[in-house]
Design a protein around this ligand. Sequence first.
Ligand SMILES: NC(=O)c1ccc[n+]([C@@H]2O[C@H](COP(=O)([O-])OP(=O)(O)OC[C@H]3O[C@@H](n4cnc5c(N)ncnc54)[C@H](O)[C@@H]3O)[C@@H](O)[C@H]2O)c1
Ligand SMILES: O=C(O)C[C@H](O)C(=O)O
Length: 337
Amino acid sequence: MAVVAQLSPSSYTETTRLSSSQLSLSSTHLSSLRRRAFRPIIGPRNPTISCSVNQVQAPVAVEQDDPKSKTNDCYGVFCLTYDLKAEEETKSWKKMVNIAVSGAAGMIANHLLFKLAAGEVLGPDQPIALKLLGSERSLQALEGVAMELEDSLFPLLREVKIGINPYELFEDAEWALLIGAKPRGPGMERAGLLDINGQIFAEQGKALNAVASRNVKVIVVGNPCNTNALICLKNAPSIPAKNFHALTRLDENRAKCQLALKAGVFYDKVSNMTIWGNHSTTQVPDFLNARINGLPVKEIIKDHKWLEEGFTETIQKVRLVDNFTLILFVMNCIVFL
Ligand SMILES: NC(=O)c1ccc[n+]([C@@H]2O[C@H](COP(=O)([O-])OP(=O)(O)OC[C@H]3O[C@@H](n4cnc5c(N)ncnc54)[C@H](O)[C@@H]3O)[C@@H](O)[C@H]2O)c1
Ligand SMILES: O=C(O)C[C@H](O)C(=O)O
């Protein structure tokens, strides 16, 4: 058991003011003593505190859970309660949605989380709860992300939890954005990540199966994403298979760009582009059925050797340097689903 020192009279006054003027209690919202233990005081709501300037002599130790468990709980200001239905500006908002994000301290999630919290993905009347799953190594960075979310005061962001246990973080998740995985290094193929990353998705599939909403929609980003999505769904038999998606859109867009470049037209002139197979070197970008300005590709691009070899290999092997595109795809995917 760890201990924390009880708080000074000045912070007591400040928090009391906050809780009475801006926040109200909701019976449905989590509000445990454990939460209160690691946040500053919750003023009159905490029956153990009777504090005035005269009474306070020295810091008093209060019990707190193991500090490690702190990372599995609400973060910072997100431990405070609220009641959306009680406020004029928020009472017409939709019901809160639970979004679990793995790899939340990583590059991709780092951008995506802020777009989610800003309402750019699910809309300006959709409050969200973010459940951020990291690895043991990334825990400190994860705390930094939560701190930045706190600093940003996003009105729609009502809850943030951080931790490393998918069984806790995926509880009642309605969305699971599974980004956390090792990226490939120089000279590696995506399939080379399977040994390491496959296990992650087996475990997370089991956790989703055990605790997530039965309607959870799962978007797998971590590579090799198709195989990881399959591993995840096989480990989650109580969730409909149609709810699992692998984010492979990059290949289609890359193929459109390559054809556009070769044909000297803007990419909006390329249509009917399909990628068969996985997001890997085994994929087949289907230039036979694609169209440029409505015509078969082979009628516009006469360099058929390039189509058969160079084009296909480029799409199979190209690698993202800037993850921003990917973030836009995840956003679009959520909106589309
Ligand atoms: N599908 C696509 O089109 C696409 C595009 C880009 C990247 N990716 C893949 O997405 C993954 C993440 O990329 P990134 O750039 O964000 O990498 P990153 O290394 O910046 O972040 C990954 C994060 O995941 C965390 N992590 C590792 N194991 C975890 C686990 N078991 N649970 C929770 N978190 C865990 C790491 O600590 C790290 O913080 C990689 O596998 C990468 O190959 C896929
Ligand atoms: O290829 C990678 O390693 C990342 C991503 O899947 C990409 O296609 O750029």
